[in-house]
Design a binder for this molecule. Sequence first.
Ligand code: GLU
Length: 609
Amino acid sequence: MCGIFGYIGRRPEAVKLVVDGLKLLDYRGYDSAGYVALSEGKFISVKKVGKVAELEASLSDLLTPSNIAIAHTRWATHGKPTEINAHPHFDDQSSLTVVHNGIIENHDAIREMLQKKGIIFSSETDSEVIPQLIGYYYKGDLLKAVQKAVGKLKGAFAIVLMHKNHPDELICVARECPLAIGIGKEEMFIASDAHAFLTHTKKVIYLHSSEIAVIKRETIEAFDGNAVPITKESEDLDIDVEKISKGHFPHYMLKEIYEQPQSVSNALLSRYSDEYGTAILDELGMTDEELYKIQRIIILGCGTSFHAGLLGGYMLEERARIPVQVEISSEFRYKNPIIQENTLAIAISQSGETADTIAAMRELREKGAKIIGICNVQGSTLAREANASLFLRAGPEIGVASTKAFTSQLILLALITLRFARMRTMSQKEGKDFINALTCLPTQIRSILDHADLIEKIANKYASYENFFFLGRRFMYPTAMEGALKLKEIAYVNANAYPAGEMKHGPIALVDDKCIIVAFCSDSVTYPKILNDLMELKARNGKIIAIAPEGSRELFSIADDIIIIPRTIDELTPLLAALPAQHFAYCVAKKRGTEIDKPRNLAKSVTVG
Ligand code: GLU
């Protein structure tokens, strides 16, 4: 997690530049923030607990002039979110300073070794071993010391380092954590996510696989993990800076909910053929023959991406009749999975940087599976390392709770389903009907958003309750999981998701008049079944909010409140049902006064595993 920002150039306002850059990264972690600038041979450092805004508020108008600085916003993994544990960290001589994203797995051993040599540590973090170790190895050649230290570090990291004796350079390293270098005119920017420096430059280089770069105002010297010099080609980023602002919305999350008619259209754009009733996924880079040979699919994801993956599994098995295994990446990577020939893996991650998904993908690749990435960020680790990638085209998602990325992930999984199904079991006519359902979605989403007032009214009615069950069957079960996750993450409400049929196997014991049941009732196959489940819960005084398609008359006598959504095919109804669930969670959180875009303890991209 965490956001890193660095600057080296000719402008004297390096501090302002790095703090401004950090502001665009604080969705990555906001336990503490800090910076160090080098000015007239001295380090000037400020650190604050909390969000970047706290750090910014502490800046005076008379900022120390400096043209080289590094900054960090933290998502604590080792050590409490205190000022002492805030980055940047220093060696014990205060000669060099480091910001770090990731986890140093062997920090204990390194700390012990250095302490035996008399080196004094000031923080509880794993990160502090980095400057201390580099300081210990430093004998005048900074690059050599960095290379030697990096060779000893285990784990994942992106690092930016500044040394008093080398005031004209920053050294960066990236292993399994993202780091982008923006090339300006006689100035360079470094950030965990390239969008943070887009207002300055769109020319970018990404570091990965333990690559090290020595960055000066006008040059970048790069080395691979074995200290061999390499040439890094820059690329031009195609991101619209405008899209990164909140516009007239009070929160990014709300803006992103409202962007879904557009993001869903973007995900579909030129990816289907009406005429042939099939999906056009040239980005897969696979021939029909290769696709036809696939006998098993593994889908990987964490959090919201896992829920999308579960739905992808239901779709693919139902329509394309291919066996699909959907796995949580953090579990799968330690399972020593058995990979048969002709297995295709689909790895899903909004940021393309989710550490567990990347690790699981690498494990699968080593075992011979072909990998398709589904992600939103070009140039991300997933996009680079997968055999092929399908991009969401959703635009930057800044709200920590994923909304538009989820619905776009579902679109891509539906298109993959269509492609596979048309080669196997689905007729052209059925393919055309599927496409018709897909293309109706943006209008249907708009019609749901038009009823936002009703959702807000219902959310306000139930916002003070502490116990929620989110229930569904078949396609509605992963949707219920996603709805419950939204409520947990932004409103801090205990929301359990269950397949509705499971309630009587235990959880029903918790149901009483203080328990709210959010029931997802738009799966046509299991609709009569969920009506029975709800009757059982109503008999125990549970209060029921039903999300159901038009014409669900039976529910009017069962549910306390109903949110009606348009009808579509079962495979796509999770997408429509997700909209009221997202908006419901948003309104409950607003009513409860929580920090919607930056919920406590969370960060947007989980780059630690
Ligand atoms: N492991 C480091 C810490 O806890 C860095 C965490 C991060 O990536 O923000 O300080």
